[in-house]
Design a binder for this molecule. Structure first.
Ligand code: SF4
Ligand code: SF4
Ligand SMILES: [Zn+2]
Length: 159
């Protein structure tokens, strides 16, 4: 049986697409938050003003002063893009989770955030329940037992 094509309207709120290209909707910390798990939680980058400190604390560009729900801005609008920090984060995500946030940003730039959010839903929806599968542990937070929030691919290499 083929993969079911998901509905046209995405259940991923565009505000959950963070300035760095990360989709907060498939972050384990966000899924722990929406599913009320007694684990480390985050309400999202723009939605909860919880920008990942490992990236934006070091940011010296436009997102350094981004206030939580302010205008949608993405790192590709920054004159320092792609900066050392975003390259480092991209490297970590490619190595650990097989996802490129720089590629995400390029898709957002080319096709718009709405289309990106739709694609993300189609890629990450659980075929059993329609909920979202975490990029960090590849589990559905509704169907699967969550033991670890993060399960990396292979051994960690430095970025
Ligand atoms: S930890 Fe980072 S990626 Fe995860 S929901 Fe929070 S801001 Fe988004
Ligand atoms: S590209 Fe780098 S410096 Fe520019 S906003 Fe993004 S994280 Fe900040
Ligand atoms: Zn599920």
């Amino acid at each position: 049986m083929g993969v079911k094509k998901m509905a046209k309207s995405t259940p991923i709120d565009e505000r959950l697409i963070a300035p760095c290209g990360m989709n907060c909707a498939i972050c384990s910390n966000y899924l722990a938050y929406v599913n009320k798990l007694n684990r480390s939680q985050c309400a999202g980058c723009r939605t909860g003003n919880k920008r990942c400190t490992y990236l934006f604390e070091k940011c010296t560009g436009i997102n350094h002063s981004l206030e939580g729900n302010a205008k949608a801005r993405f790192c590709f609008e920054c004159d320092q893009y792609p900066c050392k920090e975003i390259n480092r984060m991209d490297c970590r995500y490619r190595q650990n989770y097989k996802v490129s946030i720089i590629n995400n940003l390029e898709v957002i730039k080319g096709n718009g955030v709405g289309e990106f959010a739709d694609e993300q839903y189609n890629k990450s929806a659980c075929l059993k329940c329609g909920g979202l599968i975490s990029v960090h542990n590849k589990k559905c937070f509704r169907c699967d037992k969550i033991t670890k929030l993060v399960e990396k691919n292979g051994s960690e290499k430095s970025c």
